[in-house]
Design a protein around this ligand. Structure first.
Ligand code: ZN
Length: 142
């Protein structure tokens, strides 16, 4: 089974996954995902900008039912499993993301980017997407 990213241009992978954002050449605001023009000053010179792998949990909730499709393309019906969603602060930008779990979370805790299986596509490929998980255990104080 091959692994494929859920969308192109969202994260670097498979080694050292990083989210791909953009930075405005005029005012330096950082966006995620990549935008063609700046949401602050409307400049159109946006350069690719890799976001840090680690950040802090800003808010979260549990997605108890499948989101509207499209754009959602994951499991539905009996195959759907509730999952965590939230915002993680990555330096200059807050990113809306899946979370790997919903228990034991607290505002401000350290989180890190991981790639997780999302679904199997029509060609039998494993589609991977990004998520954040709490940084705990040894090495958590980076
Ligand atoms: Zn700008």
């Amino acid at each position: 089974m091959d692994r494929v990213p859920v969308a192109k241009g969202v994260f670097t992978w498979p080694a050292d996954p990083r989210l791909i954002g953009s930075r405005c050449a005029a005012c330096a605001i950082v966006t995620f995902p990549v935008q063609d023009s700046c949401p602050r000053c409307a400049a159109t010179e946006m350069a690719e900008h890799l976001l840090p792998r680690r950040g802090r949990l800003w808010a979260w909730t549990t997605q108890e039912f499948p989101p509207p499709s499209p754009p959602y393309a994951g499991p539905t019906g009996a195959a759907f499993v509730p999952y965590g969603v939230g915002y993680v602060e990555l330096g200059e930008v807050r990113v809306e993301t899946r979370l790997t779990r919903t228990e034991g979370l607290r505002i401000g805790m350290d989180m890190e980017l991981v790639l997780i299986p999302f679904r199997t596509d029509d060609d039998g490929n494993e589609v991977v997407t990004f998520a954040f998980r709490p940084v705990d255990g040894p090495g958590a104080s980076m």
